[in-house]
Design a protein around this ligand. Structure first.
Ligand SMILES: [Cu+2]
Length: 234
């Protein structure tokens, strides 16, 4: 595989791994007084999506494990009871610590309807981003270097067609001069007459090239006939 392509695929995979996640917690899981999963890990930048799947419930932040009282934090979250969208999303902005929550409807919390989100240090993520950024910079520089050094050739798959004999029946190659990149195919396409195509060493020469791998169509042919020669480095 093309090395440059391989490097960029690797980058795409790395970048995908550090994307923030949306973590779903079902509210009223399995028609029970439960959040599920009720004990999760999350990282800074993730989102927690509470999905209301049954019953009458809400999601209210508390200050500690097993608490059934709303947090005293003025920014503590509290959803509606069964929001119309059946969804309630909270962003994870903090970098560490636990976020406790419960359902404040009736005695659901006392019955065990509560949970915790354990926020792991965002070091893992920021380290990954730092590594990825460094990797992008190094890879990009390396790719440019390899291209400039000519160690990597971006492959061409173009075909360059040369007609053998023209539509008017003339004994010519058309066009007589073509440009091709290494990796292109030069396709000789018989149009008229009976001709062969043989590599020579000079434009005026009418004798086969002395090179051991000189190309030759191997006989005289009439249309329809094609003979393909891969363009090699001069
Ligand atoms: Cu509830």
């Amino acid at each position: 595989m093309n090395k440059v392509l391989a490097i960029f695929i690797l980058l795409a995979v790395l970048v995908t791994f550090v994307q923030p996640a949306t973590i779903v917690i079902e509210v009223g899981y399995d028609n029970q007084l439960k959040f599920f999963p009720n004990d999760i890990k999350a990282e800074t930048g993730d989102s927690i999506l509470f999905k209301f799947v049954s019953g009458n419930h809400d999601v209210v932040q508390s200050d500690k494990a097993d608490s059934c009282e709303k947090s005293t934090d003025p920014n503590a979250f509290q959803s509606e009871i069964n929001p119309p969208s059946r969804e309630f999303t909270i962003p994870i902005n903090q970098t560490s610590g636990n976020i406790w929550y419960f359902c404040s409807v009736d005695q659901h919390c006392a019955a065990g309807m509560k949970g915790v989100i354990k926020v792991t240090s965002n070091n893992t993520q920021s380290d990954a981003i730092t590594i990825t950024n460094s990797f992008i910079a190094i890879s990009f520089a390396l790719a440019i270097f390899l291209l400039l050094a000519g160690l990597v050739t971006i492959s061409h798959t173009a075909d360059v067609t040369v007609n053998v004999g023209n539509a008017a029946g003339a004994n010519v190659f058309e066009p007589a001069t073509v440009m091709a990149n290494v990796g292109d195919n030069v396709v000789f396409n018989w149009v008229s007459g009976t001709h062969s195509v043989i590599e020579s060493d000079a434009k005026a020469a009418c004798i086969k090239s002395a090179k051991p791998d000189a190309f030759a169509s191997g006989g005289a042919f009439a249309a329809p006939k094609q003979f393909t020669v891969p363009a090699k480095a001069a």
